[in-house]
Design a protein around this ligand. Structure first.
Ligand code: MN
Length: 367
C-alpha cells in the first residue's frame, strides 16, 4: 500500500475546505452511533462556518444494512449532492462502497476504523487516523479527529464537548484524559454531564433509530448544549436503560463458555436491534481479558454479531473477518478491541465453529 504522508493529506484536506463554496450541495453520512453523530455534527458545523450553508442532507449508516445504503445513495442523488462527507465509517472495508464509483465531484472521508485500502484519489480525500497518529487508531475517534482537522481551517473550539462525547462513546477516555479534563474545567461541568449526552444519543439510536436525523438537527440547532437534554428525546432514556439492564443481567445465566480459549458466546433476542453494542460494552468492561461475542438473530433472516476484547490479546476485527470466510454474504469489520458484522442466519453454526477453530489454533501456537 503506497501511503501518502500526513503533510500531503493535510494539504489535500485544506484544499477540499478552501474549494468549498456556497453553491455546493453537501451531504454527510455518519456511523449511527455517538461518535458518528458527534463527528457529523462537528463536520456539518464546520461546513456551515466555511460556506455559509448547512449540509443539505445528513444520514446515519449502520454496517451491513444494504437497504439503508441504497436508500441513502438514492436520497443524496435526488438532492443533487455534489460533495459527500463520510465520517466514522470504514468504507474501505465495505463491499458495495459508497465511494466505489464516487458519483460526486469530491468526497471527504474521516475515519478511524481498520485500514483496508488507501482510497485517496483525484476525487477522494481519504483521511484515516492511521495516517495521522502513532496511537492505536481506534482511540483516535472520528469526533476528535474531525475536531482537530477542522480546527485547522475554521474555529470549532466551541464544539469540544461534542468531541468529548464521541470519545466516551467509543470508550477512548484513557487516550484523551487531559483533553476531556480540560474541556470539563473550561465549561465548569462534570463527567456525568458529558455522559448524559451519550446516554441520550444511545437511547435514540436504540429505541427510535429512525429519529437519528431529527436528533442530529436538534443538536445542530440548540443554543446551549444542555438544551438538548431537556428536549423531547429525553423520553427514550428510560426504555433504553430498562432493556439494556435486563440483557446484561442475562449474560451469567445464558452465555456459552469456552474457558480454554477465553471465549463466550451470548445469544440474545432483543426488542431493539441496535442495543447489542451497549449490552456487550457493559459485559466486556467487566471482563476485559475475555473474548466476548454477542449474537443477535433478526427477523429478516440475518444473524448479527458484535465482538469485544478490551486487552486486545485477540484482535476481534481480524477474528470476525477470518470467521466469515467462506460464508456467502457475510460482512465484518471494526476495531481491534471492538468489531461487528452479520451473516445469513443459516450459517450460524459454521460461523461459531470457525471462531472456535481460529481461537484453538491461536491458543495452541501461543502455548
Ligand atoms: Mn468511531
Amino acid at each position: 500500500m503506497s501511503m501518502v504522508s500526513k503533510t500531503e493529506l493535510e494539504k489535500k484536506f485544506k484544499e477540499f475546505c478552501t474549494g468549498l463554496s456556497k453553491n455546493d450541495k453537501i451531504a454527510i453520512i455518519h456511523h449511527s452511533d455517538a461518535d458518528g453523530l458527534c463527528s457529523a455534527l462537528i463536520s456539518g458545523k464546520a461546513i456551515e462556518r466555511l460556506t455559509g450553508n448547512k449540509p443539505i442532507v445528513v444520514l446515519p449508516y449502520e454496517y451491513g444494512n444494504y437497504a439503508q445504503e441504497k436508500k441513502a445513495l438514492e436520497l443524496i442523488k435526488k438532492k443533487k449532492t455534489n460533495k459527500l462527507i463520510i465520517v466514522d465509517l470504514g468504507i474501505d472495508g465495505m463491499k458495495n462502497s459508497l465511494t466505489e464509483t464516487c458519483p460526486f465531484e469530491k468526497c471527504l472521508v474521516i475515519d478511524h476504523h481498520k485500514l483496508y485500502r488507501d482510497l485517496n484519489s483525484e476525487k477522494i480525500v481519504f483521511l484515516k487516523a492511521q495516517f495521522f497518529t502513532k496511537k492505536e487508531p481506534s482511540s483516535y475517534v472520528a469526533s476528535k479527529f474531525a475536531f482537530d482537522l477542522f480546527n485547522k481551517v475554521t474555529d470549532v473550539s466551541d464544539l469540544d464537548w461534542l468531541a468529548c462525547v464521541g470519545i466516551l462513546g467509543d470508550m477512548s477516555l484513557d487516550a484523551w484524559q487531559s483533553f476531556v479534563k480540560k474541556t470539563i474545567k473550561k465549561r465548569n461541568v462534570s463527567m456525568t454531564w458529558l455522559y448524559r449526552f451519550l446516554d441520550l444519543i444511545a437511547s435514540v439510536e436504540v429505541v427510535a433509530n429512525k429519529k437519528i436525523p431529527e436528533l442530529y438537527w436538534e443538536f445542530y440547532n440548540i443554543k446551549h448544549p444542555a438544551d438538548v437534554l431537556e428536549s423531547k428525546f429525553h423520553k427514550f432514556l428510560k426504555e433504553f436503560k430498562k432493556e439494556k439492564d435486563s440483557l446484561v443481567e442475562g449474560f451469567d445465566k445464558k452465555a456459552e463458555q469456552f474457558p480454554e480459549i477465553e471465549l463466550y458466546f451470548y445469544a440474545i433476542r432483543a426488542k431493539y436491534e441496535s442495543i447489542k453494542s451497549y449490552v456487550i460494552n457493559e459485559i466486556s468492561e467487566m471482563r476485559p481479558h475475555k473474548t466476548i461475542i454477542l449474537l443477535q438473530i433478526l427477523p429478516r433472516g440475518r444473524l448479527r454479531f458484535s465482538a469485544r476484547r478490551q486487552d486486545c490479546k485477540i484482535k476481534v476485527n481480524d477474528l470476525l473477518v477470518e470467521a466469515i470466510k467462506g460464508i456467502p454474504n457475510g460482512s465484518a469489520g471494526g476495531h481491534a478491541p471492538a468489531a461487528a458484522g452479520s451473516i445469513p442466519r443459516q450459517h450460524a453454526k459454521k460461523f461459531k465453529s470457525n471462531v472456535i477453530d481460529i481461537l484453538e489454533r491461536r491458543y495452541k501456537t501461543n502455548a
